[in-house]
Design a binder for this molecule. Structure first.
Ligand code: FE2
Length: 473
């Protein structure tokens, strides 16, 4: 995908850019050159000790009470692929909200939550790496091994950025340079301890697999990516699909789970249904209505997804009269840096889904970190994201005739609204938006793309986006 420039873009291109993270951000002051070294010391400080962590539930343990974290779109870039130099500094302002600059702190904050709450299972639902760099995969797998030492079982699937990616690059001085990307076989090898080695069933065509982390619970981890033609296309294909042969395999796994009386939790990177009038092509898996029917018929009530970077739950009542949910958890790399929490509450006969943010400030305080960004992470991260939205707006030619006060009001509106939209809360707390000067300007001028966008976000469509109760079938 090309880098964002000053030309006018279509909606489709803009949504693709947003997903690829090629919208503008703010240049932050240069960081300490010893930052990498400093963080290495921090990792040692906070690492889970073998003898000090709770044991994960044994594979034969019962599913009742199970706590599962669902996270995605980490977009990790290995520290040894950049020098924090001028090209990297430019990169971190071009990420559509992805905070690559603070990724180590975000991952430490997530690990802090894992240590505190001891989830049984953690899913990473694709886009583990920035652009599929082999080095990033290797470094990220080391982080996952640390998470498992904290007492969780970790399972991964690839996203559209992760495999056969011709855009894999390093960033040194003023230059980017091509680096090796992981092939499908390498992906499977690097993450053998995070799903592939313990798979109870594998799909022959894709990197999909089924696992049984606990007695009575099957995970169906679906590879919905189309990386086979990436080298010909010279980019990573954004859209996704589940081939017919994989659907046949899904059917066999789901029927076996039913026969064995096991619950099924299903994850894939791409959306199972549309989440927004703008987030469709390239985001929702191909032939989605048929796939929704297939899942419904197999008794699959929900699918955990990522890819859109927005916190959004959609539902559809299928022909069989059942409701299927697509629970899209927002990107861990994007504000508010949250992840999904799925809890099977004993005796209640239902899954409960909520979201929690990585506890970066709590980690920074407990680890004695001096970096102000991490000590005041909530404010820093919100400002980073808001500024990114504002910078995007600044480039739009439609606003050239506004005076500076009007522009500021509109920028404030978009900054605040985008922040809430990505967090999944825009439909809950938008009364102040209606009273704002920016909204009044929007009502007056009705800027084509922005007016539709704001209206759709504020209205929201049931169910809510940050919590859900799903009865067991
Ligand atoms: Fe993605």
């Amino acid at each position: 995908m090309e880098e964002f420039s000053n030309r006018t873009y279509s909606r489709k291109e803009l949504t693709a850019f947003a997903e690829e993270g090629i919208l503008d951000g703010r240049m932050y002051k240069k960081r300490l050159s010893l930052f990498g070294l400093f963080l290495s010391a921090v990792f040692i400080y906070t690492a889970c000790m073998e003898n000090a962590v709770p044991s994960p539930k044994e594979p034969g343990a019962d599913v009742s009470g199970v706590l599962l974290y669902a996270t995605n779109d980490v977009h990790y870039l290995a520290e040894n692929l950049h020098d924090r130099g001028s090209r990297f500094q430019r990169l971190i302002t071009e990420q559509g909200g992805k905070n690559i600059d603070a990724q180590e702190g975000i991952l430490e904050g997530f690990r802090f939550s894992v240590k505190r709450e001891s989830p049984d299972i953690i899913l990473f639902n694709g886009d583990l790496t920035y652009n599929g760099e082999r080095e990033s995969h290797l470094a990220f797998a080391r982080y996952l091994a640390e998470l498992e030492r904290c007492g969780a079982r970790v399972y991964v699937i690839p996203g559209n950025h992760d495999v056969n990616n011709p855009l894999a690059r390093s960033f040194f001085k003023e230059r980017t340079q091509h680096v090796e990307s992981a092939s499908p076989r390498e992906f499977e090898r690097i993450y053998r301890n995070f799903g592939y080695a313990e798979a109870i069933s594998r799909d022959r065509m894709t990197l999909s697999y089924a696992a049984e982390p606990l007695r009575g619970l099957r995970l169906l981890m679906l590879d919905s990516n189309k990386y086979r033609s990436n080298w010909i296309l010279r980019r990573s294909e954004v859209s996704g699909a589940i081939p017919q042969s994989t659907r046949n395999w899904i059917r066999r796994v789901a029927l076996q789970a039913k026969k064995d009386g096991s619950l099924l939790a299903v994850a894939m990177h791409h959306s199972l249904m549309n989440h927004h009038p703008w987030i469709r092509e390239g985001f929702t898996v191909d032939d989605a209505p048929t796939l929704q029917e297939v899942f419904s018929e197999l008794g699959i009530a929900f699918v955990l997804t990522g890819h859109i970077h927005v916190q959004e739950i959609s539902q559809r009542r299928t022909a069989s009269g059942r409701t299927v949910y697509d629970i899209a958890t927002s990107a861990l790399s994007v504000y508010p840096h949250q992840y999904g929490v799925l809890h099977l509450i004993p005796g209640e006969g239902r899954w409960r889904y909520t979201v929690q943010a990585a506890e970066v400030e709590a980690w920074a305080r407990s680890a004695g970190i001096q970096d102000e960004r991490f000590l005041r992470f909530d404010r820093y991260a919100e400002d980073f994201f808001k500024q990114d939205s504002i910078n995007m707006l600044k480039r739009r030619p439609e606003f050239a005739f506004l005076d500076s006060g009007e522009r500021r009001a509109l920028e404030e509106l978009v900054g605040v609204l985008n922040t809430r939209y990505y967090a999944g809360t825009a439909d809950k707390n938008s009364q102040d938006i209606f009273q704002s000067e920016g909204f009044a300007l929007l009502e007056t001028y009705r800027f084509d793309f922005l007016y539709d966008y704001v209206q759709t976000i504020i209205k929201g469509i049931p169910p809510g986006d940050t919590e859900l109760s799903i009865p067991l079938r």
